[in-house]
Ligand binder design. Sequence first.
Ligand code: ADP
Ligand code: DP6
Length: 421
Amino acid sequence: MVEKGSEWVVMATGRSPTNIAVIKYWGKRDENLILPINDSISLTLDPLHLSATTTAAVSPSFTRDRMWLNGKEISLSGERYQKCLREIRRRANEVSDAEKGIVIKKEDWERLHVHISSYNNFPTAAGLASSAAGFACLVFTLAKLMNLKDDLGQISSIARQGSGSACRSLYGGFVKWAMGNNTDGSDSLAIQLAEETHWTDLVIIIAVVSSKQKETSSTSGMRESVQTSALIKHRAETVVPARTLKMEEAITNRDFASFAKLTCADSNQFHAVCLDTSPPIFYMNDTSHRIINLVEKWNISEGTPQVAYTFDAGPNAVLVSPNRKTAALLLQRLLFHFPPNKDINLTSFVVGDKTILQDAGVTSMKDIETLEPPPEIKDKVPYQKFMGDVSYFICTRVGSGPKVLTDETLALLDPITGLPK
Ligand code: ADP
Ligand code: DP6
């Protein structure tokens, strides 16, 4: 290591998106390496609305590895963080900064410590996959700092060891996590099926559902499913392989009807596996079920899918519509059935791409109160409204993969002290 002066800090900053699976990963064949029992497919969500930003810094003055998440120091002692750090360090290369007169040799990385600061632009640990964006961003940014080979596939297989679903956040657009066959996990990595520019019409609305109950974590939930469910075996061996091929075809052809049918069926089967687990796991709640009913009723009345729904290990609904026009009709239906509590304002009730609100003809809280019941329920069964059951909606779209942020003002660590700004 060549040092100019006694103290220096070298930093890198990256931003990574989150993702939502339309063919779910549920179940590991190797808990330690995080190797799944089936392939999965996801949509990367627009980082403008849901992403993690991470700055990683190295300096000879740092005495231990440290990390801050959303401004608070957290422990890096957990096995998943340790694995990511270890795997990245193992592959680190020489870094030189001619301007600062610094050369960090390959072997230096083993004894140098890092500081990491990360910030999520959406709620952490609230069922919106902050762990996927977070681990993807951690690994991506450390890989830049330590000058790893530009091999996103390999980087995704390291992110996989932080959290399985994180490996899919290394690419934008439409992504497959190939389960792989190797026992060392070297071929269990993410592959981009299509870029975000391939199918730009899709609009995504996330209904963040109020939930007081603490959910079973994905990690322990899927372990229990593998140990006790007979359905999960059939799903992994027979259903998912065929469904994955069909989903790839639907994405290639931008075939929304097929995409929607497969997405809903796969979400429903994942939750059926949870119910088939002993003791059963309930991730969806009454509001989730009401959203499914609303969509199914609408789809049936139109004779063709208008919207696809999918739910991860929690009650939040992720709804995909084929275009802005349908998204506006969906938002009208959602606001009609799930109006906000009286004390909430529209700006905080519908966040993200607010232009969908204008398309839906909703520009004030008054407009929500005067929404007409949708035609598929009119004059038929009596309908109910569930005020406050959805906390808020996020309107977004399919987005791009991780990026290096070169603008130093966006760095989360001070370039002199290496501590959070
Ligand atoms: P979520 O549903 O948001 O994924 P989880 O409880 O599954 O919630 O995961 C949250 C955990 O993921 C956090 O406690 C933290 O360990 C990790 N995590 C979240 N965001 C980040 C981040 N930006 N960088 C690193 N780790 C993160
Ligand atoms: C339901 O990736 O959170 O969201 O690998 O144990 O960290 P670990 O689990 P995690 O599981 C995600 C499960 C899911 C489906 C999916 O994203 O494919």
